[in-house]
Design a protein around this ligand. Structure first.
Ligand code: GCO
Length: 428
């Protein structure tokens, strides 16, 4: 792969990495995912998160490596089940732990984006029905108030809910995530309640933080495209998939109106985000012959360990869509699961090219967080997919920065992707 010209980014652009609490910390034994992993046939190869990357204990090491590489930001998760292990119980130890984590990242020059909810919930909460029951939102609000008061003084940016549509679909429609239901009606209820949870988190963080914080949702925006651009049915399928998965929540945040057919005005939803966190991985190809199943790749495409294709232009489409709302945009996740590290360098380069193009075309994109800094527990696919810029020894937890990590760090230090840097790290 060759790069013909330098891709330069504005001064102050955030060059970050992203992870989540359950996927990297280890020992999150009090949440619904830990419980889910103990059940048969839920996780590929029977994998478990276990001690994961042991980030819970090695966070200083991880931040030192990231700062040393040259990155200047990191997105991490706050684990609700640690802060509130039982209904009505606040774990001061856990609060103090996250204060140390945030302080450590900041002291090493990393701007932290902290996510309040990244797929995992306390087991006691999910036993009450979790986000399927609207009244349970009160428990989530109590948690938000605690972390706003205690943790906001140590950061500037919060992400509310990670990928609300993925959460609702995977847990209640496909059943691949806990609670493993396959019920369209329930999935639609959760799709609604989880965006109410987002709005509650937005207002709770703004109201209870003792300092000014910027609060934004993290929305996965796959680019739904017709398999045959000439087929009206494929075009219609892409439009309805996008409406359900993307537009429903985006329209809700911008207008306060939720609309999957009948309209519902939600108090506090309109304008409930200071910026958009955009997670992008791939196009979803819509083919009328598989009317309910868009696919993340075309038959003849080279596929990642996730069985996804690579479609950088879909990231541009997502940024230009969000540009219309006039809010800052951060790419809060973009990455590739592969053991071919040169492919990872090419992937990062091609997607950063799209970010630069969107900025040139007027999108206010202020940062890029590569998913992920370190190989981690990939939910139902367990440990097979490796996204990381950094690997680790599962026995000793020793970290090993990959060539792609060295590449990304040098780009971060320079504030650009240059043909020289690409040539230095990629072996064709
Ligand atoms: C998601 C989550 C991450 C994933 C990553 C790769 O998008 O599902 O935010 O937790 O690990 O996206 O699938």
């Amino acid at each position: 792969m060759k790069l013909n010209k330098t891709i330069e980014f504005p001064k102050g652009f955030l060059w970050g990495t992203a992870a989540s609490s359950h996927q990297v910390e280890g020992g999150n034994s009090n949440n619904d995912w830990w419980d889910w992993e103990q059940k048969p046939d839920t996780i590929k190869n029977g994998d478990k998160s276990g001690k994961s990357c042991n980030h819970y204990e090695l966070y200083e090491t991880d931040f030192r490596i990231l700062a040393g590489m040259g990155t200047n930001a990191h997105r991490l998760g706050i684990e609700w089940s640690r802060i509130v292990p039982e209904e009505g119980t606040i774990n001061r130890e856990a609060i103090d732990h996250y204060k140390r984590v945030l302080d450590s990242a900041r002291s090493m020059g990393l701007e932290v984006f902290a996510t309040t909810h990244h797929f995992t919930s306390p087991l006691w909460f999910t036993k009450k029905g979790g986000f399927l029951i609207e009244e349970n939102l009160d428990y989530f609000k109590q948690y938000i108030e605690i972390i706003a008061r205690e943790l906001s003084p140590l950061l500037n940016y919060w992400n509310t809910i990670n990928e609300p549509a993925v959460y609702a679909v995977m847990g209640w429609m496909t059943g691949i995530f806990p609670p493993g239901h396959q019920d369209v009606g329930e999935s639609i209820k959760v799709l609604r309640n989880i965006i109410l949870a987002h709005a509650a988190a937005y207002h709770g963080l703004k109201e209870h933080s003792p300092n000014e914080v910027q609060v934004g949702i993290v929305k996965n925006i796959p680019h739904f495209v017709p398999s045959d651009p000439e087929s009206d049915q494929d075009i219609q399928m892409a439009a309805s998939q996008d409406n359900f998965f993307n537009e429903y929540h985006l329209h809700g945040i911008e207008t306060g109106i939720l609309n999957l057919g009948e309209q519902e005005e939600i108090s506090g939803l309109k304008g409930s985000t200071d910026f958009y966190g955009l997670n992008y991985y791939m196009e979803m190809i819509c083919d009328q012959n598989h009317p309910t199943e868009p696919t993340p790749s075309r038959p003849d495409e080279k596929k990642t360990q996730m069985e996804w294709g690579v479609h950088p232009s879909g990231l541009y489409a997502g940024m230009m869509r969000l540009k219309e709302y006039g809010r800052p945009i951060y790419i809060t996740e973009n990455g590739i699961a592969t053991d071919d590290d040169s492919w990872r360098i090419d992937y990062i380069t091609r997607h950063l090219e799209q970010v630069r193009k969107a900025i040139d075309d007027g999108a206010d994109v202020r940062g890029y967080f590569y998913w992920s800094n370190i190989d981690n527990f990939e939910w139902a696919l367990g440990w097979t997919p490796r996204f990381g810029l950094i690997g680790f020894d599962p026995d000793t937890f020793e970290r090993k920065v990959k060539t792609s990590g060295e590449f990304y760090g040098e780009c971060a230090r320079v504030g650009a992707v240059t043909p020289e840097i690409v040539a230095k790290y990629i072996n064709d």
